[in-house]
Write a protein that binds this ligand. Structure first.
Ligand SMILES: C[S@@+](CC[C@H](N)C(=O)[O-])C[C@H]1O[C@@H](n2cnc3c(N)ncnc32)[C@H](O)[C@@H]1O
Length: 275
């Protein structure tokens, strides 16, 4: 195991990384198109990179379709369009997943966003030009450490969340951390809750050291194994729909993948609580 130089996941140009489903968000929600959008994206990315040096920023992954390309996206929209449905975006970063839903007509006043790094969320207002319109409440917290049971910011969320978004988030933790984080998500859920996201994986599941700590990359089997434990330890039942996909299917370019080992994969998941 070795620590990698973060410049390995920095691409200077946007190239073909901005996909139509996200161009739609900037056009519809932010009123930004064409060259104005392009120079705007460069300016914001420059400010975002030093805030964590994550691949999701360096490789422009915040411009990928993400959950918009999931076959379950219409079902996800149906869930969050229900009256008073509540949405929580964990490790929200710039908050593009919430803006995706907003651009599809989902009201932002029932959205919550949580991140350990508040500057990314603040930059998100600039990125999407929606300060004053984006009503989501931001929770500045370490999701593994915050006292969910005793912290008032979670009162409207405990046992009440309809959709938990966790894109490129849970894999940042080691196995035990992921178990703990998922159990915390269960604590916020109710029957019908969906946990949706995507993250990097490896065909041979294993732990890695990264600048932010130990993380565990799943394959489909290890992901299912982890979720069997989550269900057993929380006495809840969930339908776990998880698939391993090629990272090019997310819209990543071959040159974005060079720093990764050959057995890289993407893990997409939609996990729905039955009882
Ligand atoms: C790889 S980025 C993903 C951001 C966004 N969800 C996306 O898909 O682009 C991971 C995010 O998780 C946040 N994060 C890392 N550890 C965290 C923790 N323990 N609690 C809350 N947020 C955390 C980081 O600050 C960062 O914004």
């Amino acid at each position: 195991m070795s620590v990698i130089d973060t410049l390995a996941w920095f691409q200077p140009e946007i190239g073909p990384r901005l996909k139509p489903s996200i161009e739609f968000v900037f056009r519809q929600w932010s009123g930004l198109t064409g060259e104005e959008l392009e120079s705007h994206l460069h300016r914001i990315r420059e400010q975002a990179w030093p805030l964590g040096e994550f691949p999701c920023i360096g490789l422009w992954m915040f411009l990928l379709p993400g959950i918009a390309a999931f076959p379950q996206f219409p079902t996800i929209l149906e869930t969050v369009r229900r009256p008073r449905a509540k949405i929580l975006d964990l490790g929200c970063g710039l908050g593009q997943d919430l803006r995706l839903l907003a651009a599809h007509g989902v009201s932002t006043d029932r959205m919550w966003a949580l991140d350990i790094e508040p500057h990314l969320w603040k930059l998100g207002y600039e990125l999407f030009r929606d300060e004053g319109r984006m009503q989501a409440l931001f929770i500045h917290a370490d999701f593994l450490k915050v006292n969910i049971a005793g912290d008032d910011r979670f009162s409207p969320l405990r046992g009440q969340v309809d959709l938990v978004l966790a894109s490129q988030f849970l894999h940042l933790f080691d196995w035990e951390g992921q178990l703990a984080a998922n159990k915390r998500i269960v604590g916020l859920s109710k029957p019908g809750t969906m946990l949706v996201g995507f993250q990097q994986g490896r065909k041979r599941a294993r732990a890695y050291i990264r600048p932010w700590g130990m993380m565990f990359y799943h394959n489909r089997d290890s992901f299912l194994e982890l979720w069997a434990l989550v269900q057993q330890q929380t006495n809840t039942q969930w339908t776990v729909d998880v698939s391993a996909v090629a990272l090019q299917d997310w819209g990543m370019q071959n040159e974005d993948l060079e720093w990764m080992p050959e057995d890289r994969t993407g893990i997409n998941f939609v996990i729905t609580r039955d009882s």
